[in-house]
Every structure is written in structure tokens, then in C-alpha cells.
Design a protein around this ligand. Structure first.
Ligand code: ATP
Length: 299
């Protein structure tokens, strides 16, 4: 289990991370989220043992993370960190060796992943000759080549088309099923919702939300109603409990205070003709993120 306990990080006098705590068990995919400059990279670097912690403690299976465990960690950084003049094979061998693997195992795993990601023909091509999305695949392969016990994924889907996002997503789920501890970070909340059951949202180093997505959604209370048909934004805005109405491409998204207000909106809609959709949904993580971060900025 990964445990981050009351961790604070100062850069000089500047507090970049403020008393952050969370834990991730094997098989769990945890979301570490925040706006730009929130302290995510700083936290990753502390987990990896690349930065000193000012206060608090980070442990993997009860022990501090040092060079004795780095072989068991995989890190996919947001920035590309490939050596572009190397071939794909040389790159994989280079990273695999850094993780203490023997060459035969590296090549075997590399070939199986290249096949899985439909890029076998690039094995002897230089990284710089690959497209952005294919470079991302190689970066992902180098991060998981050691079958890491702890895997940190920072914007893993950057530059990928929806088909490849799906493929990566399946592989990440596969790794978690095999027992990896996975920390996932992305600004794309719909990606986070795909597989993070537990998450923390930080802002200027401080924790804004922390816990299970299910509980966070329940606590948030607001619901969204999607309506298609002959009703206007103004009509809906005047209904009790309606907080906002967002005009989407071919429907209206109505945000209400709480579940109790579904009836108030429905009472207006049932008098209308030509309503083809009335659907109540949980708030999206995106909506919760924007609201919570907005509230913090307003403080
Ligand atoms: P982004 O989403 O933009 O990548 P982030 O959440 O990863 O942001 P960090 O890179 O961890 O944010 O930075 C957190 C804060 O610490 C920022 O205000 C940043 O300017 C500051 N910071 C980061 N590295 C240093 C450093 N080496 N020295 C001083 N301040 C730093």
C-alpha cells in the first residue's frame, strides 16, 4: 500500500504542498487532480523519492521509498522524456536496464506490448521518426516494462485518438487487476471518471476534496437534468431550485439544488408538448471540480 501522510513541501519560503494525506491499495486507481500549479508534479516527485519532503512521510508497504524500491516504480511524465535519436528497441532496453531487468525479458515484454498497441513495425525506427501518438505509446511501454508495483501516470492519454485511449485504458485496468498501485493525473475529468474510484483534488497545495468518487457525488447533492424539446432556458431558470441552465448542442442541461427539485422541474415539463427527453443524472466530476475550485478561488 502507498501511504502519503501529512506531507508538506516548501520551496524556500513557498509552500507548494500543504499537509496532503491519502492512501492507495494494490489494485486501486487513484486520481490526483488539480489546476495548473496545484502541486501535483511536486507530489509525484516526492513519491518517487526525487524530491525531499519538508514534513510528513511517504511509504510503500510501510517502508520509505528509496533506491531499493525504484525498480518497482513506473512513471509516465506529462512531458515527453524519450531520447529521440534512439530506436524504440534501444529506448526500451535503456529504461528496462535502469530498472534492473535483463535484456531477454525486456525484449520479450517490449515485443508483446508493441504488438498489443499495433506498432510492431516501429521496433527499429528512431523515436523522432514516430508520430506524437506513437511516441506516447512508446513512453507508456517504457513506464510499464518493469510491470511496476507502483505506477504514476501523468496525462497518459495526451496526443492519443479515442481508439488508442480505449486501448491504454484497458491496459491500465489490466495492470490494476494484476495488483499494481496506480496514481492517475489528468485535466480531463471524463478520463478520470473512467476508472478512478478514489481521488483527491488539490489547489495551491491544499486539499479541496478527498475520498471516494461515489461519496463525493452524493455529498455534492446537485443533480443534472437533460431536457430535449420545446422549452426555453428562461422558463426553466424561473423554476424553484434551478441553479443554472446550460444550452448544449441539441438539449438543455438543468442544474438543480437537490434531488427534491426534480419534481419542480418535472411539473413544468409535463405541461409541455414535444418533450423528447427528460433524464436525471449524477453531476459530472468536471462540474464538481469546476464548482469546488471556483469556490476556493472566491474565498
Ligand atoms: P501543472 O498542472 O501546471 O503541471 P502542478 O500541479 O504539477 O502543475 P507543480 O509543478 O507541483 O504543480 O508546482 C506547484 C507550485 O510549486 C507552483 O506554484 C510552482 O510554481 C512551484 N514550484 C514548482 N517547482 C518549484 C521549484 N523548483 N522551485 C520553486 N517553486 C517551484
Amino acid at each position: 500500500m502507498l501511504e502519503v501522510k501529512n506531507v508538506t513541501k516548501y520551496y524556500g519560503k513557498f509552500k507548494a504542498v500543504d499537509n496532503l494525506s491519502f492512501e492507495v491499495k494494490p489494485g486501486e486507481i487513484f486520481g490526483l487532480l488539480g489546476v495548473n500549479g496545484a502541486g501535483k508534479t511536486t507530489t509525484f516527485r516526492m513519491i518517487m523519492g526525487l524530491l525531499d519532503i519538508t514534513k510528513g512521510e511517504i511509504t510503500l508497504d510501510g517502508k520509505p521509498i528509496d533506491y531499493s524500491v525504484t525498480d518497482k516504480i513506473g512513471f509516465l511524465t506529462e512531458e515527453r522524456s524519450l531520447l529521440t535519436k534512439m530506436t524504440v528497441k534501444e529506448q526500451c532496453i535503456f529504461y528496462g536496464r535502469l530498472k534492473g531487468m535483463d535484456e531477454n525479458t525486456i525484449i520479450k515484454r517490449m515485443r508483446s506490448y508493441l504488438k498489443k498497441f499495433n506498432v510492431s513495425e516501429y521496433e527499429d525506427k528512431k523515436i523522432k521518426e514516430l508520430s506524437k501518438g506513437n511516441q506516447q505509446k512508446i513512453q507508456f511501454i517504457t513506464a510499464i516494462i518493469n510491470e511496476p508495483k507502483l505506477l504514476i501516470l501523468d496525462e497518459p492519454f495526451s496526443g492519443l485518438d479515442p481508439f488508442n485511449v480505449e486501448m491504454f485504458k484497458n491496459e491500465i485496468i489490466e495492470l490494476s487487476k494484476k495488483g499494481s498501485i496506480i496514481i492517475f493525473s489528468s485535466h480531463r475529468m471524463e478520463h478520470v471518471e473512467l476508472f478512478c474510484k478514489k481521488l483527491v483534488i488539490i489547489l495551491k497545495g491544499k486539499t479541496v476534496l478527498n475520498g471516494y468518487l461515489k461519496d463525493i457525488k452524493e455529498e455534492y447533492k446537485k443533480k443534472d437534468i437533460f431536457i430535449k424539446g420545446d422549452v426555453t432556458k428562461d422558463e426553466l431558470m424561473s423554476v424553484k431550485g434551478v441553479v443554472d441552465v446550460i444550452e448544449r448542442a441539441d438539449e438543455l442541461e438543468v442544474i438543480i439544488e437537490s434531488n427534491d427539485n426534480v419534481k419542480d422541474v418535472f411539473d413544468v415539463i409535463k405541461k409541455k408538448k414535444n418533450i423528447t427527453k427528460f433524464e436525471v443524472q449524477e453531476p459530472s466530476l468536471n462540474e464538481i471540480f469546476v464548482t469546488k475550485v471556483g469556490e476556493e478561488f472566491d474565498k
